[in-house]
Design a protein around this ligand. Structure first.
Ligand code: PGA
Length: 263
């Protein structure tokens, strides 16, 4: 199995959400670095821990191929925003990625597409790659407006980007109804259809550059279903929550992907 030629790589990573102490995170990343050493070079591996762990984990993983990201940030470089972290602070740590617009941020902290757009621009100006999360709710799916919802999220979220900037972006398609303990994993055929729709939107917005933007699937990806997504068109990676928080389980999944790509 080779990754889509125009995207070039298969992106696999995890967001820890509000889980793991720093000590637990260090133990996890030490093992992940060890596993990463022997993985196929076309696998782009990333981990997105809580903010408090980033500096120490960057030091730990300085020479590793594992990319490090943060779960959220403000769009301003500095200012009277108690409790927020700025792109300048994250860039100073030397992060690679910034996750933006996860459905939990949209749902519990009222983030909207215009906020996410400001953050995307701020990230790019600090050389952080935005990982922009999009996805419809169960109700939106029921009413048959998934495509419209994704178009709104992407058109606003990526508004004002040049084609060159768009190529720095990663998209995670995460249907809200598939995420977390109460979620149901999406059918691979459904994921392929929606990723195709996202690809057409990206191509309409950014031309050929839209074909080079990786589109990852996330939402109840598990050790028993992850491979079913990998052969699907326009699935350029996986964004995994719970199933990747145990390093033994995540390593088994990574080694299986490695074997498929090396076959
Ligand atoms: P999950 O989380 O894999 O635990 O469903 C996915 C996500 O929120 O990105």
């Amino acid at each position: 199995m080779a990754p889509d030629a125009r995207v070039g790589k298969l992106w696999i990573g995890t967001n820890w959400k509000m889980h793991k102490t720093l000590a637990e995170g260090q133990a996890y990343c030490s093992e992940l670095m060890r596993v990463a050493e022997n993985l196929h070079p076309d696998i782009e591996l990333f981990v997105i821990p809580p903010h408090t762990h980033l500096h120490a984990l960057k030091t730990l993983m300085a020479r590793s191929r594992v990319r490090l990201g943060a779960q959220n940030m403000h769009w301003e470089d500095e200012g009277p925003y108690t409790g927020e972290i700025s792109p300048r602070m994250l860039a100073e740590i030397g992060l690679d990625l910034i996750e933006l617009g996860h459905s939990e941020r949209r749902q519990y902290y009222n983030e909207n597409d215009a906020d996410i757009n400001r953050k995307v621009h701020a990230a790019l100006s600090h050389n952080l790659r935005p990982l922009v999360c999009v996805g419809e709710t169960a109700e939106q799916r029921k009413f048959g407006i998934t495509e419209e919802v994704l178009a709104i999220q992407l058109k606003i979220g990526l508004s004002g980007l040049s084609r060159e900037q768009a190529e720095q972006v990663l998209i995670a398609y995460e249907p809200v109804w598939a995420i977390g303990a109460g979620g149901v994993a999406a059918e691979p055929g459904y994921v392929e259809d929606v990723h195709g729709c996202i690809r057409r939107l990206l191509a309409a917005l950014f031309g050929e550059s839209g074909h080079r933007i990786p589109i990852l699937y996330g939402g109840s990806v598990s050790e028993s279903n992850f491979e079913t997504y990998l052969d699907r068109r326009n699935v350029n990676g996986l964004f995994i929550g719970r199933a990747a928080w145990d390093i033994g389980r995540f390593s088994r999944m990574l080694l299986a992907v490695h074997r498929r790509m090396s076959a």
